[in-house]
Design a protein around this ligand. Structure first.
Ligand code: TMP
Length: 237
């Protein structure tokens, strides 16, 4: 597999073409971003930890029958993935109230959400990822009604698998963000990443924050805590 030119540089990952037109390389950088790129720092080893963590989680999801973009680990910081036509929305599921939900609705952080809440956000840093609904997505042609339904179905399927997995490691999956794309056969496939950068995880007993809120809130020990999350799931880094 030969790495070719850069296709896209995001805030924490860079995407490269390869000599296979159906495959891309994702490079996980140490860059860590919060507040839509307002706060960016380099955290030692984060690229490696997130690359391996993402591969581990995506493999668990594949084993549960959820199609993902991931093909294989190529190096400490790179993964080979299927090329997808990405849908420019973020799918968020919340099992417990936190983050922007608490700010938006004035509800108490930590409140259990039953049923879990589903939200769509438009991927647009300049607009601070505004919340959108099914109608915006269909009217503006970002995805079809069938694709919207499939993204919701898959996002909840991920919840069933990962809530149980993190629970076994003594953690609560508070909320998370997924991104989907369309593969060459027209199927909706899970893309981007699942790492502690894109979810909230709390220790079940102490409620210690074990995700990117440590970086957002300046709590320290960011990568060390991501490594602890991985180790609790049985992934040695
Ligand atoms: P929020 O509470 O800020 O809306 O975030 C909900 C979850 O989605 C949280 O786990 C963080 C994740 N998320 C991202 O990873 N990137 C984003 O751009 C947004 C809006 C949320």
């Amino acid at each position: 597999m030969e790495k070719r030119d850069e296709l896209y540089r995001g805030k924490a990952k860079t995407v490269y073409h390869t000599d296979d037109s159906d495959k891309l390389i994702l490079l996980f950088r140490n860059d860590t971003s919060a507040f839509d790129g307002e706060k960016i720092e380099q955290l030692d080893r984060k690229g490696e930890v997130n690359n391996k963590f993402n591969h581990f989680i995506m493999t668990k999801l594949e084993e549960a029958g959820i199609a993902t973009q991931v093909e294989s680990l190529l190096s400490d910081t790179e993964s080979l993935v299927k090329k997808l036509d990405m849908i420019p929305v973020e799918c968020v599921v919340r099992n417990v109230a936190a983050g922007s939900l608490v700010r938006r609705l004035g509800v108490e952080e930590g409140q259990l959400l039953n049923p879990p809440v589903f939200e769509f956000f438009l991927k647009n840093d300049a607009l601070h990822d505004p919340m959108v609904n099914d109608y915006h997505i269909e009217s503006f042609g970002w995805a079809t009604a069938a694709q919207v339904a499939r993204m919701k179905e898959l996002t909840f399927a991920v919840n069933d698998v990962l809530k149980a997995l993190f629970d076994q490691g003594g953690m609560i999956l508070v909320d998370y963000k997924l991104e989907f794309g369309v593969d060459s056969a027209g199927n909706i496939v899970l893309g981007d990443e699942f790492t502690p950068d894109g979810c909230r995880l709390w220790d079940k007993e102490t409620r210690k924050k074990m995700d990117k809120d440590r970086f957002r809130q300046g709590l320290g020990s960011v990568v060390e805590t991501y490594i602890e999350v991985a180790e609790r799931l049985g992934l040695k880094l």
